[in-house]
Design a protein around this ligand. Sequence first.
Ligand code: ZN
Ligand code: ZN
Length: 357
Amino acid sequence: MAAERLGRIRALMDKAEVDAAVITSPENRRYLSGFTGSAGVLLVGHDETYLLVDPRYTEQARQEARNISVVEIQESWTRVLASLAADHGWSALGYEDEHLSCRQFNRLQQELDAVRLVPLAGIDTLRAVKTEAEITLIRQAVRLVDAAFEFVLGRVVPGRKEQDVALDIEVFLRRNGAERISFPTIVASGPRSAMPHGLASERVIGYNELVIIDCGAVYGGYCSDFTRTVATAGPLPWQEEVYGVVLEAQLAAIAATRAGIEACAVDAAARAVIEKHGYGACFGHGTGHGLGLAVHEAPRLGKKETGVLEAGMVVTVEPGIYLPGRGGVRLEDVVVVREHGCEVLTQAPKSRLLCVG
Ligand code: ZN
Ligand code: ZN
């Protein structure tokens, strides 16, 4: 598996006419080498691959990154890199311009003054199409959040703080096998639900409010991402109306998702429904994003994304409507792009606005 992935990055290196690639993003490092540690630099040459790690990770790297030469960093990784480049006679090195900091770039330039540094585009997109083994891990991560939602429903009650609900979710996820949560849990109630990314606060949940719950688990390194919106008592007619529009938009986007379609077409399917009902101005974000080792990765399902979806990509579908001062609704499922449609992994109920409390 690692050999196949390294083959794909080598094809990118050929295209960019570089002798080696310096991989510094944790997800790409893990994807290409199998090393799960939180620090280290992967150096992919045409015939050889090196993993540079500091002494905290040497043993772990040797166990996890098979068929890769592990080099222990004594002083700085840029110095090790410079000496490897000299040994191999490399004249051009690719780097991840989305992930290398300016400071790291400057140090690289200083150490490698004779070597040309070339930004390598598209390394992140190597991860976009998943194998069935990767999809199995994502499916497991989705099951955890489905179960967490069922568990927490009875605890989203007026009088409790958003943060307490978030903690219940996070403890449930960890107790049931999540390695960690994939991002800080969002519990946004009442007017706060009009903030698409309102992290759980000290706000006490009230009556007749919308509550957006957005959470994710990591299982085997792979992320899930999940959103449901519920109402505390009621629901009020406007809340049900907005919920109905978001649900219709989400179902339209899911129906549009299949291999061969442009990513922006999925966004357009959701947006058309929301605009038709007069809420176009209240849906400010894209319809979804890829997920895998990172919770947000390629492909993006936005208005301007012209990339074509491929079978095996895993994306979220998450339209929302946000009414400032009143509240918002978002629904988010994880789906696998298949040849003639998509497979919805998320199972939690959504067919009507659930009333809790
Ligand atoms: Zn989410
Ligand atoms: Zn998301």
